[in-house]
Design a protein around this ligand. Structure first.
Ligand code: ADP
Length: 792
């Protein structure tokens, strides 16, 4: 047999001067191409030290990757950063209080002078100013001023208020170099390396005076500046010398009693907010360069940004600047160790695969075909189609969109799984795990896009903002099912209306299966009556203690089917025999589990989707995740127990009488079946059928609200599962619920197939809950039917 040739992942690093980049690329099994290789342009990875021309982004094939994003200059040039931040500092001063006060020269020269005069008038200690070239680096061209009048309104410079109370390490001023990896901009995904460099000045710090203004070794912390001082100390230990590791600084500060967790949280916050400011610019440029590339697809760009952060005496981080080409040079071990880790772990997260090339070709082909065969909007607007065909057309389009979203969500989930397994020294900072924080950032992002898009067209705005709303697989599946229900097409091959079950005699096992749903131990009897006895035996046991009127919850039922029935049906209620003898398992759950406080309760709406993040979190987060997972399971158990105790109430009759009615129908199923089928599938229209199902849905929502202590129950994963089941029952012009009265030859319930569509597995307890609501819906239909017949 021929041995399959292994495809090499190749890198073109001809535009990179750092040896460390080359060796790190090779360390993750990427083959570095020679300068003269003919395949240079077909490489999988391109690494540039300098700014990348726009054409390069456009030329790239979908499987190729480059280490820059277009428009990153919006935060990496000092003047652009100052301009972009100014809007935020003005509109949200408390959130953007990490940027030193800045003026772009020459245009804001007057504002600078006015500010300086104001400070003098208010007899505040007059500030020191620092002037820097807008596009400068390595401390070049930087000057300090005590007297603002001496500042020249030079082109392409910015002036900042000098932060004169730095945190000192052994008496020296420091700054931090942190590395942030951005892997996607559509939508944003970002990580922060948990280590970095601490750069010390080489003269002991003294507050700025006219006399020490020029002492760059005292006021600047750049390595390139301080290495020129003979006092620059090189040390093999990472906690000594003029260049140290951030980990060693954190350990030192922790030891000294500082709150380093808050420091790290503030640093992450600063980085995320800076990226949010840049985000609309980058996304816009990216989409311009890569037209047709769908959101959530693999990004051809990634970027390692160097964040320079100043710490003041109170340990508050300040953003000095963002470098889009941070130095990967350095002759010391600390450089090789930290920067090497930054590059290697970044490449692992970016996840370049040999199969990308083939896969991209295939998906491009598929996409082209899909576009070719997709009916166009113009067909719809020609008026050729009847109104019902137009409706179907619109629903189908919506369904297509939702399916696309579903594939995005699944892709994101797979991506996240890969990331969690390959974080290395990085931590994910966006999207972040904390729900409240994530919402806050999403709002900021939304504002950033609004600000950016003010002058742009509405569809473009919607398109961009839409995908920042967190989507969830269950939610989308639910919406797809709603579309299918609207369309009137059953999800699986259920019988069309013309072959209503009413016309065919029931298979022998029909009722048995109906019974099986609630009673897993109902064994093998082919006799419907016997099986039914098993089914009701469970119920009777539960009702040993009769319910008292006071135990009936004040759950108001939804309105009911026909106009005639409507008023009566409003009194249908789900009654809960709270003093019933509950199953031992649920009793045990109730006795051992304390109710969550309202605060804890709000945590519970963390969905299983979010669970993916937990593995990659710090210990605290893992502990919290475990607690939350436990709570979710507890609440699911409690919901099941509550549902088990819930009954459909027949107006004017007690629970036992209602059960007798149900018993009677089941025992005489053969004669009732055609009438019920006719009532449900023919007499009731879609709206009325929905009302019957909503009797149960509304009450289930009330139960969920009470148990989960959450106002927005639709956000809870379990409720989303329920909604899918309810939608399923309403689908196919009532056929969905009707099919629940029978089971397939294999013995499975047809509605359960909805869960096989989802990649998220449904637990046994969740499934039991769903079975219970199917059971209640069936009972509800039977009671409504009986009530309508009795009324006649
Ligand atoms: P460059 O890109 O030339 O390195 P930076 O903005 O990073 O310019 O500034 C260089 C150094 O000057 C910083 O490392 C820091 O030590 C000092 N510095 C810059 N801005 C301020 C400021 N606003 N307050 C205090 N020190 C500053």
């Amino acid at each position: 047999r021929k041995k399959k040739k292994k495809t090499l992942i190749t890198a073109n690093v001809t535009n990179c001067k750092y040896e460390l980049v080359r060796s790190s690329v090779e360390a993750v099994n990427i083959h570095v191409l020679k300068e003269d290789a003919v395949t240079l342009q077909a490489a999988y990875l391109f690494w540039y030290d300098s700014v990348v021309p726009m054409e390069k982004f456009q030329e790239l094939k979908n499987y190729q990757r480059i280490n820059h994003f277009p428009s990153m200059g919006e935060i990496c040039r000092k003047d652009y950063l100052a301009r972009n931040m100014a809007k935020w500092v003005e509109s949200r001063p408390s959130e953007f209080n990490f940027v030193p006060r800045s003026w772009i020269l020459p245009s804001e020269y007057n504002l600078l002078q006015i500010y300086a005069q104001d400070c003098r008038k208010k007899k505040r200690k007059s500030p020191t100013f620092i002037q820097k070239p807008s596009n400068g680096a390595m401390g070049n061209g930087i000057q300090l001023f005590r007297n603002p009048e001496k500042i020249q309104a030079a082109e392409q410079t910015i002036v900042q208020e000098y932060l004169d109370k730095p945190l000192l390490l052994d008496g020296y001023k420091i700054d931090l170099r942190l590395y942030c990896l951005v892997t996607h901009c559509d939508p944003l995904r970002a990580f922060l390396y948990k280590d970095g460099l601490v750069r010390l000045s080489t003269e002991k710090y003294v507050s700025p005076t006219e006399q020490n203004m020029d002492q760059v070794f005292m006021h600047l912390t750049n390595y390139s500046v301080n290495k020129q001082n003979e006092k620059f100390e090189r040390h093999s230990d990472f906690d000594r010398g003029s260049k140290r590791s951030i980990k060693s600084l954190i350990a030192y500060l922790k030891n000294a009693g500082y709150d380093t967790s808050t420091l790290w949280r503030n640093i992450c916050d600063l980085v995320v907010k800076t990226l949010i400011v840049a985000s609309p610019h980058i996304l816009h440029s990216y989409r311009m360069c890569r037209p047709g590339q769908s959101p959530h697809s693999d990004s051809v760009c990634f970027e390692i940004l160097g964040f320079d952060i100043f710490l003041d005496r109170k340990l508050k981080p300040w953003l000095l600047e963002v470098n889009r080409a941070p130095s990967f040079g350095g002759d010391e071990k600390i450089d090789r160790d930290i920067k090497g880790g930054v590059i290697r772990d970044a490449l692992r997260l970016v996840n370049i695969r040999a199969s990308d090339k083939k896969r991209n070709l295939a998906s491009q082909k598929a996409e082209a075909q899909r576009r070719l065969f997709r009916p166009s909007q113009s067909r719809l607007s020609t008026g050729n189609l009847s109104s019902s065909a137009q409706r179907i057309f619109i629903i189908n389009r919506r369904k297509e969109e939702l399916k696309e979203k579903l594939s995005w969500v699944r892709k994101e989930a797979a991506r996240e799984d890969h990331e969690n397994a390959n974080l290395g020294g990085y931590t994910r900072i966006f999207p972040c795990i904390d729900r409240i924080q994530r919402e806050r950032y999403t709002n900021l992002l939304s504002d950033a896009f609004q600000l950016f898009l003010q002058s742009r067209s509405a569809p473009f705005q919607k398109n961009i903002i839409d995908h920042y709303r967190p989507h969830n697989e269950d939610e989308i599946l639910n919406m797809i099912e709603q579309c299918e229900a609207e369309e009137g097409i059953p999800l699986t091959k259920s019988k069309p209306l013309s072959s209503m079950p009413v016309l065919t005699p029931p298979p022998k096992s029909t009722s048995k299966r109906y019974s099986d749903e609630s009673s897993s131990d109902s064994s093998d009897s082919s006799d419907r009556f016997n099986t039914k006895t098993v089914y009701f035996a469970g119920e009777i046991r539960k009702r040993e203690v009769p319910p008292t009127p006071s135990s009936t919850p004040s759950i108001i039922a939804q309105s009911a089917p026909t106009t005639r029935d409507q008023n009566r049906c409003q009194t249908f209620q789900l009654s809960r025999a709270s003093r019933c003898d509950t199953p031992a398992s649920s009793r045990c759950v109730r006795s051992t589990i304390a109710r969550p406080t309202s605060e804890e309760g709000s945590f519970l709406i963390h969905t299983r989707h979010n669970r993916r993040h937990y593995d990659a979190r710090l210990d605290d987060d893992q502990a919290m995740a475990l607690v939350m997972r436990g709570r979710e399971d507890e609440n699911t158990q409690r919901t099941l127990a509550a549902l088990e105790r819930t009954r459909i109430k027949y107006p004017g009759k007690n629970d036992d009488q209602a059960d007798e009615i149900l018993d009677h129908i089941i025992q005489n199923w053969k004669s009732h079946k055609p009438k019920i089928a006719s009532y449900w599938l023919v007499k009731l229209d879609s709206v009325k059928r929905k009302k019957v199902i909503d009797i149960v849905r509304g009450n289930v929502q009330a139960i969920m609200t009470r148990i989960w202590r959450c106002a927005e129950v639709d956000q809870i994963r379990l409720m989303r599962l329920f909604n899918r089941v309810f939608n399923r029952m309403h689908s196919g012009r009532g056929q969905g619920l009707w099919n629940c009265f029978t089971t397939s030859r294999q013995g499975s319930n047809s509605w359960e197939t909805i869960f096989s569509k989802s990649t998220d597995s449904v637990s046994e307890v969740e499934l039991q809950c769903c079975r219970r609501i199917v059971r209640l819906s069936k009972d509800c239909l039977l009671i409504v039917y009986q009530f309508a017949s009795d009324a006649k």
